[in-house]
Structure formats: structure tokens, C-alpha cells
Design a binder for this molecule. Structure first.
Ligand code: C2E
Ligand code: MG
Ligand code: MG
Ligand code: MG
Length: 287
């Protein structure tokens, strides 16, 4: 090992690095071995209306089960999928799964009328030839109306090829899929993106929501973002709402929708279905 080869500081650094690399390599090996994407699962986090907390949709979040059934989270494997290009295949699986699930929930009659499933895409997926056609085919296969889908991208997806990405987003929006700008506030926070790209929803990053307190800098920024987005007819979504205080604050600032552990963590499809059942029961109760 590197340890035996020398005793200088570089070796210590090397070892830490190697640990990270070894873990990555292990994950990569697991991902590669799953030829049919059978170890991936989508979890669904409820997105709720700010006024009545009713479920308006779900964000689909991918997970990977290792051979022992242990859950691996996307922050650990999405970067690997992106670097290796495997994200293209997995991304297709994700979108197909979203459409399949949506169709089933709609057929069961438990899905909100204007409800949606939001899915995340990275730059490589978006920029691949035939990306939109693939989604169209999925919608066709499962009989899904694209207005029940939201595509989430971060600003980093735009930055390298802003013009090309704009054309693709325009086509996606034209097809009827709504667009959300994810993690807003963490990256370039370019106001021109809001103006020149066809976004419907702006998702304020969790880091702002975490630091809301009376008169804090983040509260002021959040207030300004909400005002700006509303003036552009964008819906404002708050991510990572964990406390009643955060909920009340973003409500008073004018956010439209929110998601976070306060209501629910991402849950598997059967739990999500249960939740939908409960809320449609309580809806009929009120009539
Ligand atoms: P994201 O799209 O910003 O998703 C929100 C993340 O915040 C999720 O983490 C969610 O579980 C977490 N979260 C939501 N509410 C709370 C809260 O109240 N407290 C805390 N502490 N966390 C909360 P997750 O599922 O680990 O996903 C991480 C990221 O991985 C996502 O960030 C997204 O960028 C990426 N990702 C997930 N699924 C996919 C996918 O299918 N395709 C691609 N390309 N990326 C994905
Ligand atoms: Mg997202
Ligand atoms: Mg986000
Ligand atoms: Mg994120």
C-alpha cells in the first residue's frame, strides 16, 4: 500500500483520498452490476399547498439498494452516474417509472386532479439527442398527459450551454411539461434565467429555509426572491421545511407550495399511495 512506500505528509493525504476513492469504486461496481436497473427505487416526497397543506404533487427521488438491501442515497451515486454516462440509462428508467406510477395513481382515482410528479434531470440527460422524444414516448406508452409532469433542473445545468439548453427547455415546455428551477440561491442565482427561460416554479433552496429567523439576511433575501418570482408569475416553492417556524415564515413571505420533513420525508410508492388515499377520503368528508 501507499503507507509502506514512504512516511511523508503526502502519504497521509493519499490515504484519505484513497478511502474516498475506494468507496466510490465500490458503489460504481454495485451500479455496474445492476444491468436491468432492478436495484433502483423511486421515493416520493409530498409537495403541499401552503394554505391548506393539501398534497399537490410529489417529487420523485431515486435511491439504490445494495445487495444487502441497504439504501444508498443519490448524493453518493448520482455524481458517479453522471461521470460515467450511466445517468442516461438510469434517467430514462426514472422518467418511465414516474409515468408508470402516475398512470396507476390516476387510474386508481386517488391522484389530485391537477396533481403532478416532479422529476430531476442533470445536464447530460437533458443534452442527449432524443431526450424529449424519449419522454414523449413514455407519456404515450403510459397514457400520461404531460401537464401532470414537472421537470426540475438546477442552474448548473444551464451554465455550460445556455443557448442550447434554452432551446431544449422551450421544447419541453411546449410539449406541456412544467419546469422548475431547483436549489435556487445556491448557484449563480442568475435573475436572467428567470426572465429568459420558461420556468413555472422556483424552488428556494433548503439552506435559505434553514436560516430563516426574524430579520436575518436569509429572510430578507427570501422575501426579495418571493416578490421577484411572483412578479414574474412564477410559483414559489420552499424546499426542506422542517419546522413549524419555517413553515409559518415562508407562508407569511408568500410562498405557494412547500415540501419538507415537517410534512413527510420521501416515502416509497405504497406509502405515498396510502397518503393519497387518506387525503382523498378527507376531501370527500368535507363535501
Ligand atoms: P433535490 O432535487 O434538491 O431534492 C431535495 C433533497 O432534499 C432530497 O434529497 C430530499 O430527500 C431532501 N429533503 C427534502 N426535504 C427535506 C428536509 O426537510 N430536510 C432535509 N434534511 N432534507 C430534505 P435526496 O433524495 O437525497 O436527493 C438529493 C439530490 O439528488 C436531489 O436534490 C437531486 O439533485 C438528486 N436526485 C435525486 N433523484 C434524482 C434523479 O432521479 N435524477 C437526477 N438527475 N438527480 C436526482
Ligand atoms: Mg429536485
Ligand atoms: Mg432542490
Ligand atoms: Mg439539491
Amino acid at each position: 500500500s501507499a503507507k509502506r512506500e514512504g512516511k511523508n505528509n503526502f502519504q497521509i493525504f493519499d490515504e484519505t483520498l484513497a478511502l474516498g476513492t475506494e468507496k466510490r469504486l465500490n458503489i460504481l461496481t454495485l451500479l455496474r452490476a445492476d444491468k436491468s436497473n432492478s436495484q433502483y427505487a423511486l421515493y416520493y416526497q409530498p409537495i403541499c399547498h401552503i394554505e391548506n397543506k393539501r398534497v399537490v404533487g410529489f417529487e420523485a427521488l431515486v435511491r439504490f439498494y445494495d445487495d444487502n438491501g441497504c439504501l444508498i442515497f443519490p448524493d453518493e451515486f448520482i455524481p458517479i452516474l453522471e461521470e460515467t454516462g450511466m445517468i442516461i440509462d438510469v434517467g430514462r428508467w426514472v422518467i418511465n417509472e414516474c409515468c408508470c406510477q402516475l398512470a396507476q395513481w390516476q387510474a386508481d382515482g386517488c391522484f389530485p386532479q391537477d396533481g403532478y410528479i416532479a422529476f430531476n434531470v442533470s445536464a447530460k440527460e437533458l443534452l442527449q439527442a432524443g431526450f424529449l422524444q424519449g419522454i414523449k414516448d413514455c407519456c404515450q406508452t403510459h397514457g400520461v398527459n404531460p401537464r401532470h409532469l414537472v421537470m426540475e433542473i438546477t442552474e448548473s445545468v444551464i451554465i455550460d450551454k445556455p443557448e442550447k439548453v434554452k432551446l431544449i427547455l422551450n421544447d419541453v415546455r411546449e410539449f406541456g411539461i412544467k419546469l422548475a428551477l431547483d436549489d435556487f440561491g445556491t448557484g449563480y442565482s442568475s435573475l436572467s434565467y428567470l426572465q429568459n427561460y420558461p420556468f413555472d416554479i422556483l424552488k428556494i433552496d433548503k439552506s435559505f429555509i434553514d436560516d430563516l429567523s426574524e430579520n436575518s439576511k436569509d429572510t430578507k433575501i427570501t422575501k426579495a426572491i418571493v416578490a421577484l418570482a411572483s412578479s414574474m408569475d412564477l410559483k414559489v416553492s420552499a424546499e426542506g421545511v422542517e419546522t413549524t417556524f419555517a413553515y409559518e415564515t415562508i407562508k407569511s413571505l408568500g410562498a405557494d407550495i412547500f415540501q419538507g420533513y415537517l410534512v413527510s420525508k420521501p416515502i416509497d410508492a405504497s406509502k405515498a399511495e396510502q397518503l393519497l388515499g387518506e387525503s382523498s377520503v378527507s376531501q370527500t368528508d368535507k363535501k
